[in-house]
Design a protein around this ligand. Sequence first.
Ligand code: HEM
Length: 104
Amino acid sequence: MYIAMNRFQVLLESEDAFRQRWLDREVLLTTVPGFKSFALLRGPVKEDHILWSSHTVWESHEAFKAWTQSEQFRKAHAGAGGNKPLTLGPPVFEGFEVVQQIDN
Ligand code: HEM
């Protein structure tokens, strides 16, 4: 399994717009082979930003890589970057191989 995360430093005054953008999007992930789950995470509030993260779980690193080269990825990001910046800078990507997983 593979976990792909993107961290966004969201401007304090742009949080509502950022949240709405994600909640209103057309979700294409469920059509992608090897996709397991998605979560949108709201983290700590700092002085000049709020940390948000997108979290996806994939059957394999290969499945994730294939998605990044797919039409679904291109479509999901066609408007990313946008006109008015909602974040302090570009998102920071981190990918993880799952070494141990325990579910209840
Ligand atoms: C390897 C890099 C990236 C990964 C893994 C990633 C991950 C994701 C995922 C999983 C979604 C949801 C797609 C869906 O529901 O079908 C998404 C949408 C989105 N991504 Fe990314 N992303 C990446 C690069 C970027 C970059 C560079 C930006 C900003 C410049 C960005 C901004 C967004 C935004 C704002 C959305 C919400 C959809 C929308 O605005 O229409 N992403 N991304």
